[in-house]
Ligand binder design. Structure first.
Ligand code: FMN
Length: 364
């Protein structure tokens, strides 16, 4: 792996739909407060996935200008603190791992979020505190009136951001939103002004509404409409970017400062690095071979085992393994077998069996 012991990268030019003839950069690095985001491609927070092991894999490939944790419940953090218990599992790796690193927090209480933001800055020295205003999941939105629920309460959002910004200064605080709660109540332009006015250092927008969940396509025209409403802070677009070409197109077509990639990177954690090469106008590194991907998956597994031990680590790794196999022929069979695996030996044996098989080699 680049920068690591696994040499996974072979550089050869993968044709782009519209070939880039000169090495002209398509997008420039940008700043979140004092922090340079270079390349202007961000790894999205994904609950249950973007833990230390995943971030480490992304970091080894390179290409993400800012990495992010999973969202952390601010209330849960405070509760653990009061019990003098260990901090959330979701902060695994955060104290020691390389920067820049954003930690995303969620709640609806300005005071709770400010308290946790301050702890993350002082104790963990994180580079960015990101606040989740986009999560549509029932537990967070309807039940806890947090995440995307807050999009219907711009004043509350402003209050939250102001308090967190003050508590975290000079560390930048950012906000991640969806376009609105529903298609009929899209209010991202108004929200953008609130976010900027309250002192946030960047705004990330997933181009769907909360009601959309993940249906339909991300609406990049709506993301673009937000730009004139921001005077000072960068706009980061997010949604459905799953190839280097789509990242290039997003920068070419829309007035964004950065892009954020989520789901596609679960199957291809090297996508950031390919997208970074593409926006620099350079040849795109090839996908890893099947053998390299198997080594990568086993490396990922070892990182997870170190933290969670054999039993929990193996269970946790099932879903990551399914992501890696996604889109390959034989993936269904692989998923079925890996879905019941209980021990590291079983896991390794199934991976060894399936990954190098020629039948699995298919174009993605
Ligand atoms: C499994 C999963 C977990 C997610 N968890 C979070 C999260 O913790 N915080 C957040 O802001 N967004 C979360 N998201 C949303 C993504 O960050 C991103 O906005 C969305 O997937 C759209 O980007 P994509 O099309 O590149 O996947 C999650 C998405 C998925 C699929």
């Amino acid at each position: 792996m680049p920068g690591g012991s696994h040499s996974l990268y072979v550089t050869f030019a993968m044709p782009l739909a519209e070939p880039l003839t000169t090495a002209t950069a398509i997008a420039k690095p940008f700043y979140i407060g004092p922090l340079l985001i270079d390349p202007p491609i961000l790894q999205a927070p994904m609950a249950g996935f973007t833990n230390y092991a995943f971030r480490q894999i992304v970091r080894e490939f390179g290409g993400a200008g800012l990495l992010a944790t999973e969202m952390v419940s601010a209330r849960g953090f405070v509760w653990l603190d009061e019990q003098e218990a260990e901090h959330p599992d979701r902060l695994w790796g955060v104290p020691e791992e390389p920067r820049p690193l954003a930690v995303q927090i969620w709640d609806n209480e300005p005071e709770t979020l400010a308290k946790v933001g301050a702890r993350l800055v002082q104790e963990y020295a994180v580079s960015v505190v990101d606040i989740n205003f986009g999560c549509p999941v029932r537990q967070v939105s309807q039940k806890a009136h947090s995440g995307s629920y807050l999009l219907r309460q711009p004043d509350r959002m402003g209050e939250i951001i102001e308090r967190v910004v003050t508590a975290c200064a000079p560390t930048p605080v950012t906000a991640k939103i969806r376009l609105g709660c529903t298609r009929d109540t899209i209010n991202a332009c108004d929200i953008a002004q609130v976010v900027e006015g309250a002192g946030a250092a960047a705004l990330t927008v997933h181009g769907r509404t909360a009601a959309d969940m993940f249906q339909g396509s991300a609406d990049w025209d709506r993301i673009a409409e937000i730009k004139p409403h921001l005077r000072r802070i960068p706009l980061i677009g997010n949604g459905d970017l799953d190839t280097p070409q789509k990242v290039v197109d997003a920068f070419r077509r829309y007035p964004i400062d950065g892009v954020m990639i989520a789901r596609a990177a679960l199957a291809k954690p090297w996508l950031y690095s390919q997208a970074a090469a593409a926006i620099r106008g350079e040849p795109i590194p090839a996908d890893p071979t099947l053998t390299e991907e198997r080594e990568l998956l086993l490396h990922h597994f070892e990182l997870v085992l170190e933290r969670f031990g054999d039993e929990k680590g193996t269970l946790l790794m099932r879903k990551f393994a399914c992501c890696y196999a996604q889109g390959r022929r034989g993936a269904r069979d692989f998923r079925k077998r890996i879905g019941t695996v209980k021990t590291p030996a079983e896991f390794r044996s199934i991976v060894q069996d399936f990954f190098p098989r020629e039948s699995l080699v298919a174009s993605r």
